[in-house]
Design a protein around this ligand. Structure first.
Ligand code: ATP
Ligand code: PAF
Ligand code: BAL
Length: 282
């Protein structure tokens, strides 16, 4: 397995794969790899001959009070996992390589960014669009895989690919969960024993709400408020818990049949922010 920390190095690696007629798949990550990441590598493998993984904790997508400094960076373990998973090349750039000294340009996002994580984390998706745009320009993958867990990220990046004319196909992998239903996340490592035990409560609330919505319950707002109160009573702090349209990533009051929705939540357990969602097609 090749590991490159320069733009020239990764470009050469990818050029040599392409010269051999290989289709290149790309999985961008922030490291601290878990089975969710590995499932995306497997997904990329199904659609490509060789897989490139990036491991980069992108400072541009963290707010000033967020966990950029504490974010786990077990690089040696991650490289071992990539090797075992049959990854061809890992890109591990430094901040200097990615951004240099001075940055003149930034990207604004007009739509899809107002609610959910876009509403709660100002600058978050601008930072993601910036770094993924750079990755796509550097690596020029044929396909790239992202997780449903970050569904708003997937929707915004799909628009980016369309509007910036990137010649890449985006794949969305399902959310990989622990046995008790908790969505795997690198940030789960921050949870203490008690928090970890109650953490699947978010997914349980989403599952309960999904059933109610699919059964045609009319009082969505009341049900959401009830679930929020139950989660709060257990020790969760709610950032949002709502039904959003898949198309607009905006809250919906009365779901209609024949439409795709995302039932999504973001909660805090102590300082740790957890997100999860379920896609609902009525
Ligand atoms: N449980 C999961 N199942 C499938 N894909 C996932 C899962 N968790 C994360 N991913 C995907 O892996 C890619 C890299 O995500 P990232 O490295 O930020 O991992 P993470 O576990 O989501 O970390 P964080 O705790 O920062 O949210 C993203 O496309 C993300 O959606
Ligand atoms: C896509 C990504 C690697 C960009 O930094 C990040 O947002 C993530 O891990 O989902
Ligand atoms: N997986 C999303 C990256 C972040 O929360 O910063």
């Amino acid at each position: 397995m090749n590991v490159s920390d320069t733009i020239q190095g990764i470009r050469q690696e990818v050029a040599s794969l392409k010269k051999q007629g290989k289709r290149v798949g790309f999985v961008p990550t922030m490291g601290a790899l878990h089975s969710g990441h590995l499932s995306l590598i497997e997904l990329a493998k199904k659609h490509a001959d060789e897989v490139v993984v990036s491991i980069y904790v992108n400072p541009e997508q963290f707010g000033p009070d967020e966990d950029y400094e504490e974010y786990p960076r077990p690089l040696d373990v991650d490289l071992e996992e990539c090797k075992k998973a049959g990854v061809s090349t890992v890109f591990t750039p430094s901040d200097d390589i990615m951004y240099g000294d001075e940055k003149f340009l930034s990207i604004d996002i007009d739509k899809l960014n107002e609610h959910m994580d876009g509403g709660s984390r100002p600058g978050f998706f601008e930072g993601i669009v910036l770094v993924v745009n750079k990755f796509f320009n550097i690596i020029e993958p044929d396909v790239a895989a992202f997780g449903q867990k970050d569904i708003q990220q997937f929707r915004i990046l799909s628009r980016m690919v369309e509007e910036f004319n990137h010649d890449v196909e985006l794949l969305m992998g399902p959310i990989i969960r622990a046995n008790d239903g908790l969505a795997l996340s690198s940030r789960n490592a921050y949870l203490d024993d008690h928090q970890r035990k109650i953490a699947p409560g978010l997914y349980r609330a989403l599952q309960y709400l999904k059933k109610q919505i699919e059964d045609g319950a009319k009082n969505l707002e009341m049900m959401l408020n009830h679930q929020k109160a139950e989660l709060e009573a257990k020790g969760f702090e709610i950032d949002y818990l709502n039904l959003f349209s898949y198309q607009k990533m905006a809250p919906v009051k009365e779901p209609e049949t024949g439409t795709k929705y995302v039932l999504a939540g973001a909660v805090y357990l102590g300082e740790t922010r957890l997100i999860d969602n379920i896609i609902i097609e009525l």
